[in-house]
Design a binder for this molecule. Structure first.
Ligand code: UD1
Length: 419
């Protein structure tokens, strides 16, 4: 297992290009199951989760060709196997997004029920609720879920909570159902709008993706696609926070400032100067003293839960006291204990952390427990006095393309130790 050795205290300076969005690329690659035609996706980041989804597609019978920055999915002219192995679902929960397209295209999907993970219980009841509304029969067997339906029928589906994964899975199931489906209280994340853009290119009839109500009129069949993934707003946000915590000055390219509005507003309150440049550039210049600023996580367009942990790292070094409330995942505070090892003053009670900024964090041996929590620890280590050794970098590799290389280009003293 690789680790990062990070010597902190150097302000980040320079330009960093933002990669394609992991969370958009994953469902879009799985949408290739909906057709036998060739599907081509550009701006795909090189990440462990992308490798996992490629293995998943190969495992059910697709041929996948990976080139630099792009993925092509082809049909092998045979029926796809509806069974997803546990080894893949246990590595990446988003593997359950295979269910909607398999059910829609082949009338059957069988996959292991994912267990809880480091950040919460993460049930999939809302996905199953949606499939049942479309007429699927659901059976639980020895830890597996089996979904069957010779023909799905459109329906009105009101989600009790705007789950990102459930919205995507139901959307992909509904595009080939007979009749009209309305998903109400749908998630509005930009990754859902990107998936819908791609599905529409395939011939799907979808209106309202990116709003609370998505209307889908089922079609008989879908074509292949050539699509370019949107920029990763979570990676972009992480680099802005890295610039802020090191009192640096960083310019992002190949990004989209629009979906970052919630974060940018908070960063301005902290005291950062932010400037959008043309359509795809964004630069941040951080002050010497950061002002403590409270946040609470909410579904999009609220403050993203994925940036809660890097925000906590930033607040650990800000002047004053603030509150961080996590309302999406019930256990997403594991990074707090690691930050405390670096000298942070954080008190967690139920869903709220109170952070009292300290003038200086100190380097320490620390351990990542999930993708974003790992990124938070990298940020803290970049700001800390002395050297930190960060274990379990594989979590970070799931979601950040070439993180240490990008940070080194910005002047960070970070090194990967292969073990
Ligand atoms: C996606 C993102 C993840 C992000 C999250 C919230 C991907 C691959 N991952 O995850 O980075 O942190 O959105 O923005 O896109 N829930 C249920 N029942 C369900 C489904 C969800 O109770 O059937 C709960 C979850 O336990 C969680 C909350 O709803 O507490 C949000 O989950 P959801 O929006 O589904 O997140 P994911 O799609 O798993």
């Amino acid at each position: 297992m690789d680790r990062f050795l990070i010597r902190g205290g150097k302000p980040l300076r320079g330009t960093v290009p933002i990669s394609g969005s992991k969370n958009a690329a994953l469902p879009i690659l799985l949408a290739s199951i909906l057709t036998d035609e060739k599907c081509f996706l550009e701006n795909v980041p090189s990440l462990r989760d992308i490798q996992t989804v490629i293995r998943l597609l190969e495992c059910i019978g697709k041929k996948v060709i990976r080139t630099e920055g792009a993925v092509e999915v082809q049909s092998q002219g045979k029926k796809l196997a509806p069974q997803v192995p546990y080894s893949l679902v246990s590595q990446m929960r988003a593997s359950v997004l295979v269910a909607g397209p398999l059910l829609a295209r082949w009338g059957r999907a069988c996959f292991p029920l994912p267990g809880g993970c480091a950040i919460g219980l993460r049930p999939i009841d809302l996905h199953l609720f949606g499939f049942a509304k479309l007429g699927a029969v659901i059976r639980h067997r020895h830890g597996d879920i089996e979904l069957t339906s010779p023909k799905l029928r459109g329906n009105r589906i009101r989600l009790p909570f705007p789950s990102v994964g459930a919205t995507e899975n139901i959307l992909m199931a509904a595009v080939l159902a007979s009749g009209t489906t309305a998903i109400e209280n749908a998630a509005r994340e930009p990754e859902i709008a990107d998936l819908a853009r791609c599905l529409k290119q395939m011939g799907a009839d979808i209106e309202g993706a990116g709003t609370r109500r998505i209307r889908i009129r089922g079609v008989l069949s879908l074509r292949g696609f050539k699509h370019r993934t949107i920029p990763d707003r979570l990676e972009a946000g992480t680099y802005l926070l890295a610039a802020a915590i090191t009192h640096g000055q960083v310019r992002l390219t190949r990004t989209d400032p629009g979906p970052l509005a919630g974060l940018l507003k908070k960063l301005r309150r902290v005291g950062c100067r932010i400037r959008a440049e043309k359509k795809t550039g964004l630069s941040l210049s951080a002050p010497k003293i950061l002002r403590a600023t409270s946040i609470h996580t909410r579904p999009y367009p609220g403050f993203p839960t994925d940036l809660q942990s890097p925000w906590m790292a930033l607040m650990a070094t800000a002047r004053g006291k603030c509150r961080i409330q996590e309302t999406i995942f019930e256990k997403r505070f594991l990074h707090a204990a690691e930050l405390q090892r670096m000298g942070a003053k954080i008190y967690v009670r139920k869903d709220t952390a109170t952070v009292k900024g300290v003038p200086q964090l100190t380097g320490a041996p620390i351990m990542a427990s999930d993708i974003r929590g790992g990124a938070a620890l990298v940020l803290a280590a970049l700001a800390a006095k002395g050297t930190s050794s960060l274990q379990r970098v594989y979590h970070i590799d799931r979601g950040y393309e070439k993180m240490e290389r990008k940070l080194r280009k910005l002047g960070a003293l970070i090194k990967r130790i292969r073990q």
